[in-house]
Design a binder for this molecule. Structure first.
Ligand SMILES: *Cc1c(COP(=O)(O)O)cnc(C)c1O
Length: 420
């Protein structure tokens, strides 16, 4: 093993265990199983202690030994370490003893958890010598690749379904990326990108760079455990598109246990989807190990993947941790967005509404016991999906600039608050 691989050893097929060099490749040539990064945990154990981590800058890169770059990261060094907020008012509304919000609505620089995976993928792409980066996206990934590529001086191609939220389209165009809108849903965008990736020498962050990219999601779990005082939460509720984030948060807890950074206590990983695109939650609820692909129809566009690449593995994680899945309708998603906003002052996008709505259901069903403690992963900012909620939050009361008109719209109770 040469030492310019950092703490990584190889890529390895999740199915047959065959090993591959640490290049831009993602499937096993023999059984088409997905490849995953293998680390040298003995070496990591020597340098990654709680004390070391705590002494480093508050970004996701404080766990760099467990992230797949050989040298220092060169893209997105400021990403991560978002707030973990104790949500007492929401806990009361949902009927649970203790509740925390992992708030990636304020992740840097593009206000979603995708900056985590992109900083890893682009740093690694540069190490491998790529000058052009690309992605197949449901919206947030496109925003993050466009922004991070701009700051790194890389050329970017982002491929999105053409019917995305207006704000997410603008949020990719502004960085002068090549934005290609495909008339079709995400699964068709993804299929086209696999063809393009085979033909052009580009780093597709979630195609040929997927083994590196996906590892970036672990940082969300590392942060949660550290921010809870080096403990793993009893329950973590995670939105699922491809299902990758869910599997990687689970892996992050396993790695922290393996390295002795946290005590091994039981945890449950729960998955959240929109009813209009719920292949994974439908399979989990039916007790199946495999999902059936669907055609998405939901306002939670960032989660609208009908053929989730990590669906199978997410089902396994939920089974292994005695977790559950649920799904919520468009109305319940909007209610979830409003609940989080009204109780905690956090405006999340539709995917966050899915997570809150599903948590509410699982608590009501007793699948998350009322006496327990839970963390909700809130993965994107509400300003990016204003379209979905703008006709459901009421309207400002409009008056002319006169005190009399102002007082005419007050209720008798409000009027009685006049100074004595
Ligand atoms: C991409 C995304 C997810 C989850 O993605 P996975 O493919 O399951 O890792 C969750 N929330 C938001 C807002 C996203 O953009």
């Amino acid at each position: 093993m040469s030492n310019d691989q950092g703490f990584m050893k190889a890529l390895k097929c999740r199915e047959c265990g065959r090993e591959y060099p640490l290049e831009a490749t993602h499937v096993c040539e023999f059984d088409f199983g997905p490849l995953e990064v293998v680390y040298d945990y003995d070496k990591i154990k020597k340098s990654l202690t709680r004390k070391q981590i705590e002494s480093r800058p508050q970004t996701m890169w404080r766990y760099r030994e467990l992230l797949p770059v050989a040298g220092e990261p060169t893209v997105g060094f400021q990403v991560g370490y978002t707030p973990l907020v104790k949500a007492d008012r929401l806990a009361k509304r949902l009927g649970i003893r203790e509740l925390w919000i992992k708030n990636d609505t304020v992740n840097y620089p593009t206000l979603s958890f995708k900056d985590r995976v992109v900083s890893v993928a682009l740093s690694r792409s540069r190490e491998l010598g790529f000058k052009t980066v690309a992605c197949a996206s449901t919206g947030n990934l496109a925003n993050s690749v466009a922004a991070n590529a701009a700051s790194a001086g890389l050329e970017a191609y982002v491929f999105i379904p053409s019917d995305l939220e207006h704000s997410k389209i603008v949020n990719s165009l502004v960085y002068a990326a090549n934005v290609v809108g495909i008339k079709g849903h995400y699964d068709e965008v993804n299929r086209l990108c696999a063809e393009i990736a085979g033909k052009y020498g580009w780093a597709f962050v979630n195609v040929n760079m997927r083994p590196y990219y996906a590892e970036g999601s672990k940082s969300m779990g590392f942060e949660i455990a550290e921010q809870l005082g080096w403990t793993v939460p009893q329950h973590t509720v995670i939105p699922m598109a491809s299902g990758s984030l869910l599997t990687k948060v689970h892996k992050s807890y396993q790695e922290f246990c393996k390295l002795g950074l946290v005590k091994e206590t039981p945890w449950h990983i729960h998955g959240a989807q929109a009813t209009g695109c719920s292949p994974i939650s439908a399979a989990q609820k039916a007790g199946l190990d495999f999902f059936k692909p669907v055609k998405p129809d939901t306002i939670a566009k960032s989660l609208a993947i009908g053929t989730p690449a990590d669906g199978f593995y997410s089902l396994r994680v939920m089974k292994d941790t005695n977790g559950h899945a649920e799904d919520v309708t468009d109305d319940e998603i909007r209610e979830g967005i409003r609940l989080l906003a009204e109780c905690e002052g956090i405006f999340c996008e539709t995917a966050g509404g899915v997570t809150v709505g599903v948590a509410k259901k699982l608590i009501a069903q007793g699948k998350i016991p009322a006496d327990d403690s839970a963390v909700l992963c809130i993965t994107g900012n509400g300003l990016k999906t204003v379209d979905a909620i703008q006709n459901h939050v009421g309207k400002p009361q409009e008056i002319r600039p006169s005190l009399r008109e102002f007082e005419s719209i007050l209720s008798p109770k409000q009027r009685s608050e006049v100074k004595a």
